[in-house]
Design a protein around this ligand. Structure first.
Ligand SMILES: [Zn+2]
Length: 139
């Protein structure tokens, strides 16, 4: 989306993702005027009208009418970057008490009744109360 500043004619490029459904203020990178606008599904539904205060979100890129780029802190937003820790970190392998690899948390000794986990042992002891009707059928 494009916000051409009514004051200085600077073209402010508004990133589609954060500005797709947006209601708030942005700032012209050319003259610093704060504009209030409202968008829905990528189209401007209200504004831009001049506002005061701090902008909620800066444009991703801007250029002057003579096509020279305007970038920098406080003028445009930094490009989004991948988070360091959330990706490419191996999931630790966990083993149960028998040494087999399990997908969930390994059971502790007090969660076992004999060799079975407690929730299975209790389901076998009282099948009518713990299993939904018709889940096992009648034998
Ligand atoms: Zn401007």
């Amino acid at each position: 989306m494009l916000l051409t500043c009514p004051k200085c004619k600077t073209k402010n490029f508004l990133d589609p993702y954060p500005f797709w459904n947006f209601k708030g203020k942005t700032k012209c990178a050319g003259c610093g005027t704060v504009w209030r606008l409202e968008t829905a599904a990528g189209r401007c539904t209200s504004g831009p009208e001049a506002a005061d205060g701090q902008p909620d979100l800066l444009p991703g890129f801007a250029e002057k009418p003579d096509y020279t780029a305007i970038t920098g802190p406080g003028l445009t937003r930094a490009a989004p970057r991948a988070r360091k820790d959330s990706v490419c970190r191996p999931i630790p392998i966990q083993r149960n008490v028998r040494g087999q690899i399990v997908s969930g948390r390994p059971l502790k000794k007090d969660e076992l009744v004999g060799s079975r986990p407690r929730f299975i042992a209790e389901a076998i002891a009282a099948p009518a109360a713990s299993t939904p009707k018709g889940a096992r059928g009648t034998v």
